[in-house]
Design a protein around this ligand. Structure first.
Ligand code: HEC
Length: 118
């Protein structure tokens, strides 16, 4: 009986610790990230795509898509890059506002953090 208790305490400790590392539901959080690309997102994209890139309807009625879920229009690196650089269909172009390096970092954020495993 005593050994069973030890084992149970040990298991709870391990799972508790694991939960801390995964952080809630395990999703990448733009709001909590200190990465430069996350701050670029907060400054340039969150106003339309929402603070976590989950999409929303903005004041003029434009439906802005989620960058995390759903059927993506822009899938490849090149497609996402040109959507950011050229905009279109209600999105402002960022070619003159961000550097090439910054746009590439945002492509990486979308593909490797927000859409990871999709
Ligand atoms: C003025 C509002 C607005 C801003 C600001 C904005 N977007 Fe968008 N974005 C949109 C809309 C609207 C669409 C849908 C365009 C379409 O349907 O072709 C879109 C589409 C996209 C897509 C394609 C989504 C898909 O289906 O694959 C990506 C990627 C994207 N935006 C990234 C960004 C990034 C990164 C930023 C910041 C640098 C940004 N957007 C800023 C409105 C905005």
């Amino acid at each position: 009986m005593y050994r069973l208790k030890i084992v149970l305490i040990f298991l709870f400790a391990v799972f508790g610790l694991a939960a801390c590392f995964v952080g809630g539901d395990g999703q990448y959080s733009i709001a909590n990230s200190r990465a430069y690309e996350a701050s670029l997102f907060r400054q340039n994209c969150a106003i339309c795509h929402g603070p976590e890139g989950e999409g929303k309807t903005i004041d003029d009625g434009t439906v802005v898509p989620s960058l995390r879920h759903g059927d993506f229009k822009a899938v490849s690196e090149a497609q996402i890059y040109s959507q950011i650089a050229d905009g279109g269909n209600g999105m402002t172009p960022f070619r003159t506002q961000l550097t090439e390096r910054e746009m590439r970092l945002l492509v990486k954020l979308i593909r490797e953090d927000l859409r990871k495993g999709k």
